[in-house]
Write a protein that binds this ligand. Structure first.
Ligand code: HOZ
Length: 426
């Protein structure tokens, strides 16, 4: 039973979980314990099946336990779980990634998104010889000290004002600005001229819920970084491969100096990447002095999962057409159901990820995201769960649609949403 599993977990894990976003704290209930997953479904320890829109927080774009990915993982595993030495498969994965992200001329494989962003920031500082980093309020780039300032995702969900354990002099090197505010950005670059090493941005935010950049915003980020000698870092851990075989850099044409990827590049296994202009990456050891390392970097089992995932996506010419059409249908169906029940919602989407906010004003930054009705969100979440729909347990996260979500799944989800909105409106 979920209750017993949670009770046992509470004995050994803080909050009974191994990552805060898994706790259902902000929605006032206890987490489900998952026994297995396949296609668009997760199954809990009680044998109850749910249509899943968490997708392990993004990586499962092919659906859970895709047979080709599982076969590749098994095949790799029997040849050895870890070598701590180079493999040819790493290069094969890197070439696929470079095809999708031409802005990544050279890269380093790591094991998590946190490692990727932390290393990219270190590289920006090492390359420029400058101390300061700009990030945006409510953006989340993993839990490295210098990036866990005014963060989104679980930090926003749990409303943690500032994280103890991060020394003030480290936090002071991170400048936090409102997203989508050009004036604040210009003023910041002028005030700290010559001191800003880089600007890290989720080019489409996912960790305050999905928030798109306003027209021309990414171009402005690029221009200001270039003018002031700062590196532009795109954190595409969430957005990578979610809208096309590539990322926001491909769709927008805005070229960052460095890019961070995670989630889908590992096909559900622990793998992430940072990379960018070859001349900048030449500063990474052993070519250069900026040190970054990892025994499990380029782990052969994770690399095998990543290669098959990317190859499967690439080999289907209409992959994104179908995926995006289904996501748009789901998003529109849910929004229409809310409106029909007289509830005000705002829906933001990028590719196959979206967030519906219980808000009556556009959501363009963290302030407007925070203005949404999180109490109503908690009731919506619980109602959908009771209907067999598994959503992220926070207003400040995204729903992910996979290629395994069928038209029937989308239809069933919209019917469930219609029931739940009616209850909320009653
Ligand atoms: N980026 C994920 C949340 N948006 C991270 C999941 C986690 O923290 O466990």
């Amino acid at each position: 039973m979920n209750a017993e599993a949670f009770k046992a977990a509470l004995q050994v894990f803080p909050g009974g979980v191994n990552s805060p976003v898994r706790a259902f704290k902000s929605v006032g209930s206890n987490p489900l314990f998952i026994k297995k997953a396949y296609g668009s479904r997760v199954v809990d320890v009680e044998g109850r099946e749910y249509i899943d829109y968490v997708g392990s927080w993004g990586p499962m774009i092919l659906g859970h336990a895709d047979p080709d990915v599982v076969a590749a993982v098994c095949h790799a595993a029997v040849s050895g779980l870890s070598f701590g030495a180079p493999t040819e498969a790493e290069t094969e994965l890197a070439l696929l990634v470079r095809e999708a992200f031409p802005v990544i001329e050279k890269m380093r494989l790591v094991s998590s998104g946190t490692e990727a962003t932390m290393s990219a920031v270190r590289l920006a500082r090492g390359y420029t010889g400058r101390p300061l980093i700009i990030k945006f309020d409510g953006a989340y780039h993993g839990h490295a000290d210098s990036l866990l300032v005014a963060a989104g995702s679980g930090v926003a969900t749990l409303a943690i004002p500032g994280c103890p354990g991060i020394p003030d002099d480290i936090a002071a090197n991170t400048l936090v600005l409102p997203y989508n505010d050009v004036g604040a950005l210009q003023a910041c670059f002028e005030r700290y001229a010559g001191k800003i090493a880089g600007l890290i941005v989720e080019p489409v935010c996912g960790n305050m819920g999905v928030v798109n950049p306003s027209a021309g915003y990414l171009e402005t980020l690029r221009r200001l970084c270039s003018e002031h000698g700062a590196l532009l870092i795109f954190d595409e851990v969430m957005t990578g491969f979610r809208g096309c075989f590539g990322g926001v850099s491909r769709i927008s044409g805005v070229k960052p100096d460095l890019t961070c990827l995670g989630k889908i590049v590992g096909g559900g296994m622990p793998l992430a990447i940072y990379g960018g202009r070859a001349e900048i990456m030449a500063h990474i050891a052993p070519d250069g002095p900026v040190y970054q390392a990892g025994t499990l970097s380029g782990n052969p089992v994770a690399v095998a999962a990543g290669i098959v995932t990317l190859k499967k996506i690439k080999s289907q010419p209409d992959f994104y057409e179908h995926l995006l059409a289904r996501t748009a249908k789901l998003e529109a169906g849910i929004a229409a159901a809310a409106n029909a029940a007289g509830l005000k919602v705002v829906s933001n989407r990028f590719g196959s990820m979206f967030t519906m906010f219980f808000a009556d004003q556009s959501v363009v930054d963290y302030q407007s995201a925070k203005a949404s009705d999180t109490v109503l969100f908690a009731r919506w979440f619980s109602g959908m769960l009771a209907e067999g729909i598994y959503l992220a347990p926070s207003q400040f996260e995204a729903a992910f649609v996979s290629a395994a979500h069928s038209d029937a799944d989308i239809h069933r989800t919209i019917v469930a949403a219609t029931h739940v909105f009616k209850t909320l409106a009653a």
